[in-house]
Ligand binder design. Structure first.
Ligand SMILES: Cc1cc2nc3c(=O)[nH]c(=O)nc-3n(C[C@H](O)[C@H](O)[C@H](O)COP(=O)(O)OP(=O)(O)OC[C@H]3O[C@@H](n4cnc5c(N)ncnc54)[C@H](O)[C@@H]3O)c2cc1C
Length: 358
């Protein structure tokens, strides 16, 4: 063993860094091990905060709304600490109906907070959406600039005296002794009271897991176009548009291709098709960027949080699936007391890995 800490965090994405900061704020000494793998999701993501459209189960929706509403204070604290002003769009998310019939269906299943938009209302809100049959507006949902957010988190971690960052690959964990040990591929051994597994789509690839984790990579490609057709995040045509500065992000494909992180012509064409079906003509604007990432997907698309039931020195913050940008900062706040030695937390219990052994 070459170094010791209170908590070892494996993974330096949004899940790992927010948890490391929350634990360090409570006075714990934290070592973050990260290898910056191609396809890491947190910078690649679209940044939507979309608890309403994402169709979560009823017992999880209140937590997802709490996670969304956690963002303003979370970003304010990050700004105070780093000087990085991370843009947050809370104009609301528009979910477009593909037809008059689908609009009526959307209106029927709309929750209390959604605003029903007919054809005129949708065009009044976003002139570029004129001609669409209508849809729903989910007020207060929106998007965060996740690239700047990751920059701010990197800075906050760098300025936190209780966090040490090791650049490398953790290849095994050993829980046979009182204090677990994590080994990296370059021969470093780190010992701590607790290990937090926050390694995204690669969570299953580490030796020493006490169980099979149901986390698998789902590849997603995105485009950024040189256009600014909308102010709101807009869902439609099997994808979405997200305003980002003077440009617009078009997302996203969902492909089961293992750990392949290449973008391709099919993805490019599919994304232009999505853009065209939301704002006809926008697909002719110059493509500024085309990239992709790996979603860490679980069977129910919800994260795995909290201690392993058989091995409580291992705590999970993984499997964030499609909503890690939304959920991870909030999840970190829920996990901090557990990393400090408390064993229970109601929201974390709801998302325990135990649910997959039933
Ligand atoms: C195309 C796309 C669009 C998305 N859009 C949204 C969205 O709009 N809103 C939303 O909320 N979410 C979205 N997501 C999902 C979101 O990006 C993820 O849920 C979230 O980023 C997961 O964060 P993470 O920290 O768990 O994983 P990651 O960001 O992937 O970080 C994991 C880190 O662990 C490191 N690592 C892995 N194994 C090891 C190891 N053995 N040793 C050391 N380091 C290791 C990797 O290098 C990586 O840096 C999207 C994802 C994709 C791909």
């Amino acid at each position: 063993v070459t170094t010791t800490a209170d908590v070892i965090v494996i993974g330096g994405g949004i899940a790992g860094l927010t948890a490391a900061l929350a634990a360090a704020a409570g006075g714990l000494a934290v070592v973050v091990i990260d290898s910056a793998r191609p396809g890491a999701a947190s910078r690649a993501a679209a940044g939507m905060l979309a608890p309403s459209v994402e169709g979560m189960p009823p017992h999880i929706t209140p937590l997802a709304l709490e996670a969304r509403d956690f963002y303003p204070d979370f970003l304010a604290a990050l700004h105070a600490r780093t000087g990085v002003d991370v843009p947050l769009n809370r104009a609301g998310i528009i979910e477009l109906a593909a037809s008059g019939g689908q609009r009526d269906q959307l209106f029927t299943r709309a929750n209390d907070t959604a605003h029903r938009l007919d054809e005129r209302a949708v065009a009044a809100l976003e002139p570029s959406l004129a001609g669409h049959a209508g849809g729903l507006l989910y007020p207060l949902d929106g998007a965060v600039d996740n690239v700047l957010l990751m920059t701010a988190l990197d800075r906050a971690v760098a300025s936190e005296p209780n966090i040490r960052r090791l650049y490398g690959d953790a290849h095994s964990m050993d829980f046979s002794d009182v204090r677990p040990i994590v080994q990296t591929t370059d021969g470093t051994g780190v010992e701590a009271a607790t290990v937090l597994l926050a390694s995204g789509a690669w969570a299953t690839q580490i030796a020493g897991l006490p169980r099979r984790l149901p986390v698998a990579p789902v590849h997603g490609q995105l485009l950024r176009l040189d256009a600014a057709p909308v102010r709101h995040v807009v869902y439609g045509g099997g994808g979405y548009l997200i305003p980002r500065g003077d440009s617009v992000i078009v997302g996203a494909t969902s492909e089961d291709v293992g750990f392949d992180v290449h973008t391709n012509a099919d993805g490019h064409a599919a994304l232009l098709g999505i853009a065209a079906s939301i704002v006809p003509g926008v697909e002719k604007c110059p493509v500024l960027d085309h990239w992709s990432g790996l979603r860490p997907m679980t069977p129910d698309t919800l994260p795995i949080l909290g201690p392993d039931p058989d091995c409580p020195a291992l705590v999970y913050a993984c499997g964030f699936s499609r909503n890690g940008i939304l959920l991870a900062p909030w999840a970190a706040a829920q996990l901090a007391p557990i990393l400090a030695g408390e064993r229970r937390s109601a929201p974390v219990d709801l998302l325990s890995v135990r649910r997959f052994s039933k």
